[in-house]
Design a protein around this ligand. Sequence first.
Ligand code: COA
Ligand code: AMP
Length: 640
Amino acid sequence: MTNPYEKAFQRSINDPEGFWGEAAEDIVWTKRWDKVLDGSNLPFYRWFVGGQLNTCYNALDHHVASGRAEQPALIYDSPVTQTIKTYTYRQLRDETALFAGALKALGVAKGDRVIIYMPMIPEAAIAMLACARIGAVHSVVFGGFAANELATRINDAKPKVIVSASCGIEAQRVIAYKGLLDGAIEMAQAKPQRCIILQRSALECELTPERDIDWRAAVASAQPADCVPVAATDPLYILYTSGTTGEPKGVVRDNGGHAVALKWSMKAIYNVDAGEVYWAASDVGWVVGHSYIVYAPLLKGCTTVLFEGKPVGTPDAGVFWRVIAQHKVCTMFTAPTAFRAIKREDPDGKLIKDHDLSNFRALFLAGERLDPDTLKWARKQLNVPVIDHWWQTETGWAIAANCMGLHAYPVKEGSPTKPAPGWNLQVLDPETRETVKPGEIGALVVQLPLPPGSLPTLWNNDRRYIESYLAEFPGYYKTADAGFIDEDGYAYVMTRTDDIINVAGHRLSTGAMEEVLSDHPDVAECAVLGVDDDLKGQVPVGFLVLKAGLRRSEEEITAEVIKMVRDRIGPVAAFKKATVVKRLPKTRSGKILRGTIQKIADNKDFKVPATIDDPTILGEIEAALSTIGLAKARSKPIAS
Ligand code: COA
Ligand code: AMP
């Protein structure tokens, strides 16, 4: 007998229009769609063509109008500023409408872009929702990125206005945003007309005359703005994510498909109902923050928690349990790295015992591979289901999950369970492009059309969208993850097939780091690889071949390249290790043997590739790695 998950999955694949058309009844439309799925302009698909709606209306006003006005919509919990502030749906609607009015007063209209460069404060969510309210397209840039990364995004999105704050507050330090913002605007060719800056008492900043406006002053003189209906296919936001070059990809999210899929996912995947408290401990700068701190819980009528703190050190490894207990959180979502950090500080879970977690039902983890140790530890400490699920910035919501609201499957370690409804996941042989047998590793791809909520294209770059995702496997979306599906239909995600690495659940391009390193005048050649890290999953390590005849010390040069990556990409890259080598191991045709270097760094046995140009270099690499605390246990070459 088929269970509700199987029923939903089969229908979503065989009758996507029927399945998603039904889900769309849960959204308030100002004009009903003409067609659920439009495939008339292949390879592009569009959902709910002809429909009109407003995402902010669905996330706020609709709940105010239908009995949730006094229910908490958002709880801001900030251990770094010792603040807890609750906004009801009415309050959040009113503040959003006012800020939307402030944007309107600056000339921001439907289709204009607004960049939001803010820490984890309610105003970041308010700014996002305010853009949605007036049909403007927001693009949130994570605070841990450097000015240069912000400048790249300004050039691509060409925002009319940038919304920022005077500072962000990290566990150990206060980060002045204004210098980064000014630096980025100076670097960028596309200049915003105005900036709205929220002054925070931890560190106020001087406003740039003519250009900057104080958030509070802008709001004080504003009139609340109404919701503007937009087409279902109009962009709601652009979110930049690492690509295989230094140029980030501008992932576009539409309004209609996004609202339908995200609202549906709250029950189907997370098993959360309206009125319940849901907490995604991430950052609004990442897709998890967009989807599950802001949009999905509010579309559903839940209370969302916006947490400005870290899993450890703000003030201790018990803060997650305190937040869950204090706000009666039923379901939480974070990255495995957060749990590894807690486990390291409080291995026996002593701090959990101080808190009443009786409302807590499930922990969802994503963003990187969930290692079995962390899974077991979390399950033992919390005594609730611990659910791995797999997704990407591009997909907007889970490609594979144990859909708790449909049917809870037994958890298999290392697997995010089964493809979620809407995702026709397949494993293809990268050479023959044919489907492989169950259990065989290949390219994880999704047969088109992708479900609603996934990216329709890249901002102003249909060609790159096709080249990056559709060209290699015609008729499929390439996830750029490799893995397999077992006999029971469980998916396993093993590794990226490109140069992306995952550092503390943050997606970074090693190619972008190599571009920075190559700019150092003393560097002749370089490679950046992700090596295993107990806390962050992976961390980048740089290998530098220096130009001949240099008289400078290697330490000086490595310190300089480390600083360059921090200055150009940002502290979030966590690029703290680089070493000088005489040569890089290569094949006879000149390809750097990245896989072999990585295995040596990770103390794994490796095969000396038959095509290697000079096998003696591997010993030099091992010696260089040991100078930076890696390759401690000697890796053993095994027969090739
Ligand atoms: N603004 C400015 N700087 C930031 C920042 C922000 N929003 N977020 C991080 N940084 C800085 C940090 O201060 C740190 O700087 P440092 O090199 O001076 O120490 C650097 O970027 C790296 O940050 P992070 O990766 O967060 O490492 P960490 O050592 O500070 O903390 C964890 C490690 C595991 C506690 C942390 O990564 C974490 O909480 N992860 C949770 C998972 C998560 O949010 N994932 C997102 C996707 S779900
Ligand atoms: P991002 O776009 O930042 O969300 O990163 C997406 C990438 O993170 C995916 O392509 C995977 O490589 C990785 N990832 C996300 N979730 C998981 C998971 N549950 N298991 C394994 N890898 C994951």
